[in-house]
Write a protein that binds this ligand. Structure first.
Ligand code: UD1
Ligand code: F6R
Length: 371
C-alpha cells in the first residue's frame, strides 16, 4: 500500500523518521534514577563477551548493505577497539579470503536471502567464525543460519532501491558499537552524546526531508547529464558510494562515489566546467580537508555542489561559488543517516523526471538469489 505516495521508493524515503523509531524501540534506554543511558540488543546479549574477545570484526554484504556497514565502520572501530575489516561477499568468495575461528563475521542484508552473502555465510561457518546477522526479514535464510543477530525492524521494503533499510542498518550498527564498547569513564561523554543523538535522529531526519523540493529543483538541473560524481571521506565516504549507487540504479545515470582523499590520484583529471560533482563537507574532523578539496575543484573550474552543515554555506562556498545543500548537524557517526536522505531524494526525482521506472529499475531484482 503506497498510501498518498506515487511510488514505494518515495514512501519509503519519507517514512524514515518512523522506521528509525521502530528500529530503536525497546533498544535504547535513557533516564532512571542514575540517569544511565544504555543499549539493549536482545539477540546479542549472550554473545558480547565472544565478540569483544574476537581478533577482528569482518563486515560482509553487497550493494547498499555493504555501504551501510562501511558507514558504521569508524564508530565500531572507535568504541570497540577491535579491528574492523570490510568484505564484499562475492569478492570474499572469489578470493576464498581468510576467515578465522577468532573472527566475528557480521552479515548485513536487508532481504536476508542474497545468494552471495548467504554463500559467504556458509563459508564463514565452515571456517569456524562467530556469525552475526543484521537483517530486516525475520525467518530469512541469513537470519536462520547465523549464530545470533539483530533484526533491524525497518518494516517491509518494497522499492528495489534500498532506502529506509540503509538508515536503519546504520543505526543498528551504531547501537552495536555502543553495546560492544566498554562503558569506560573516558568514553562516557561520547557515548551519551551518541545515545542522545540517536533519540533525536528521527526529528532530524524529518527536518532534512524538507529538502524534497530543493532536491527536485536540483534534479531538473541535472536531468540531461551523462554523469554525476560524489566525493566523500571519513564517516561520509559511504554516503558518496550510496548516493551514487542510488542514482545509477534508479535514474540510470552514470554516477560514481569517490573517496575524496583519492582525488589527486586520478579523478581530478575528469574535472571540467560541465561534470557535476557533489562534495559532502558536513562539519566533522575531516571538514578542513574537504574545504581544501572544494578549493582545488574551484581552481579547476569544477561544477561543484556542496553538502554542508546548516549555516555553513559561507565557509564552504567563499564568494558564493556553486550550489549548496544545507543539512542539519548531528553527532559525526550519525551524520551519514542525515546526509544520504537528500541524495535518495535526488535519485528519486531524477528518475521520475527522466521517465524511468522508480520501483522496478531495468534489469534489477529486489532480492538477488542467484550468483
Ligand atoms: C525479540 C523479538 C521481538 C520482541 C523482543 C522482546 C523476534 C523476531 N523478536 O526482539 O518480537 O518484541 O524480543 O524482548 O521474535 N537473529 C539471528 N540472526 C539475525 C537476526 C536475528 O540469529 O540475522 C536472532 C537473534 O540472535 C535473536 C532472535 O533472532 O535470538 C531475534 O532477534 P531480534 O528480533 O533482533 O531480537 P530482539 O530485539 O530481542
Ligand atoms: C541497492 C540495492 C542492492 C542491495 C543488494 C543487497 O539499492 O538494493 O544493492 O542492497 O542487492 O541486498 P540485501 O541487503 O537484501 O542483501
Amino acid at each position: 500500500n503506497k498510501g498518498n505516495y506515487e511510488h514505494y521508493m518515495q514512501k519509503e524515503i519519507h517514512e524514515q523518521p518512523e522506521s528509525l523509531k521502530t528500529t530503536m524501540r525497546g533498544r535504547l534506554i535513557r533516564g532512571g534514577s542514575c540517569k544511565a543511558k544504555t543499549v539493549l540488543l536482545g539477540g546479542l546479549k549472550d554473545h558480547f563477551k565472544t565478540i569483544r574477545r574476537s581478533r577482528r570484526i569482518v563486515f560482509i554484504g553487497c550493494g547498499t548493505s555493504y555501504n551501510a556497514a562501511l558507514a558504521a565502520r569508524p564508530i565500531l572501530e572507535e568504541l570497540s577497539g577491535v579491528p574492523v575489516t570490510m568484505e564484499i561477499a562475492s569478492d570474499l568468495l572469489d578470493r576464498q579470503g581468510p576467515i578465522y575461528r577468532e573472527d566475528t563475521a557480521v552479515f548485513v542484508s536487508q532481504s536476508g536471502e542474497t545468494a552471495d552473502t548467504l554463500q559467504a555465510l556458509e563459508y564463514a561457518l565452515e571456517n569456524g567464525a562467530l556469525c552475526v546477522g543484521i537483517t530486516n526479514t525475520v525467518g530469512s535464510a541469513i537470519a536462520r543460519h547465523t549464530h545470533c543477530g539483530v533484526h533491524i525492524n525497518a518494516g517491509a521494503e518494497i522499492g528495489v532501491a534500498s532506502t529506509k533499510a540503509y538508515t536503519s542498518q546504520i543505526v543498528v550498527m551504531a547501537m552495536l558499537a555502543l553495546a560492544i564498547g566498554g562503558d569506560t569513564i573516558s568514553s562516557q561523554t561520547r557515548r551519551e552524546a551518541i545515545i542522545d543523538g540517536l533519540f533525536d535522529l528521527p526529528n532530524k531526519v524529518r527536518e532534512v526531508l524538507n529538502l524534497d523540493q530543493e532536491m527536485k529543483d536540483l534534479a531538473k538541473l541535472l536531468i540531461a547529464e551523462q554523469s554525476l560524481l560524489m566525493f566523500g571521506r571519513g564517516y561520509n565516504y559511504a554516503t558518496a558510494l550510496e548516493g551514487a549507487l542510488k542514482v545509477k540504479e534508479v535514474a540510470l545515470m552514470h554516477s560514481e562515489g569517490i573517496l575524496a582523499g583519492e582525488m589527486k590520484h586520478g579523478p581530478l583529471a575528469l574535472v571540467d566546467e560541465n561534470l557535476p560533482i557533489i562534495v559532502i563537507a558536513t562539519r566533522d574532523s575531516c571538514f578542513s580537508k574537504q574545504q581544501s578539496v572544494i578549493q582545488q575543484l574551484h581552481a579547476r573550474k569544477g561544477r561543484v555542489i556542496v553538502m554542508c552543515s546548516k549555516g555553513e554555506a559561507v565557509s564552504v562556498c567563499p564568494g558564493g561559488l556553486g550550489r549548496v545543500i544545507e543539512v542539519p548537524h548531528v553527532e559525526d557517526c550519525l551524520q551519514p543517516v542525515i546526509n544520504v536522505v537528500p541524495l535518495q531524494l535526488l535519485a528519486y526525482h531524477l528518475t521520475v523526471l527522466r521517465g524511468y521506472n522508480v520501483d522496478q529499475p531495468r534489469n534489477l531484482a529486489k532480492s538477488v538469489t542467484t550468483q
